[in-house]
Design a protein around this ligand. Sequence first.
Ligand code: HEC
Length: 252
Amino acid sequence: MDPNRDNPIIRFTTFWWALGAFLIFALLLAVILLFNRKPAQTLEDAAARPRYEIKAKVDATQVESLPPEKIEAAMPAVAAKLAASKPAAVEKPEQVIPGTPTAEKLASAPPADTSVVDAPAADPNEPIDPAVMEFGKAQYMLCAACHGQNAEGTPIAPPLAESEWVTGPASNLIRIQLRGLTGPITVKGTEYNFPGGMVAMAYQTDEQIASVLTYVRNSFGNKAPAVKPEQVAALRSEVGKPQLTVEDLVKP
Ligand code: HEC
């Protein structure tokens, strides 16, 4: 047994020594922390200051050279000029603006000669290129919005599945893409008449139109020869003419 442990004086001084040592360490730690404190600074913070300074400088220069009062004074003149100006209609070959001289000229133009496009295929059983079918399938997304995922028809468009128009003359299909279609149309014995009809989608390339039509003609239970980009190209002169009606189409 250590006799010191029971000595109250020794126990007393040991306590104060310990407390003192503890306080010295605490003080040391506090001093170290105090003098090593760095302002928290990320790259973002570092960049913000110069950005702010530059912005302030630019703003000041702008106000100096073009004061808000000056801008305000010029506004009425600028507004009058803007209000008086008309946006220039930009005509593109695949996009004719209705009511323009071009559109009027096209509307009175003679119908396109479809006989070349509808000439019987050299080999009606020619196999369909799977790459064309794939490309056409991707294009069909567009048609599916109205005609349905399975071409079954929807409340806004007639079916393409087993439609006599789809497997009929290629020129009809191409011209419907280039000019749109409106008015009553009978598909599979049912008469449809959708307000507005189908809009022209002439912005598609010859290849896109040919492949989507080839896809539709060989899917959903349909079977018909492929449509070639050259056939679409041959009817490009139709673009810009008014929407077709059934009377404009070749009877299937
Ligand atoms: C915005 C909706 C809409 C889109 C998109 C659309 N169509 Fe149509 N389509 C119609 C409507 C409506 C009619 C019927 C027009 C009428 O009433 O004369 C129609 C008719 C047709 C017809 C003739 C009728 C029939 O059912 O066989 C064909 C063929 C056709 N569309 C093919 C297509 C193809 C191919 C695409 C995709 C490239 C397409 N349509 C995209 C709305 C659409």
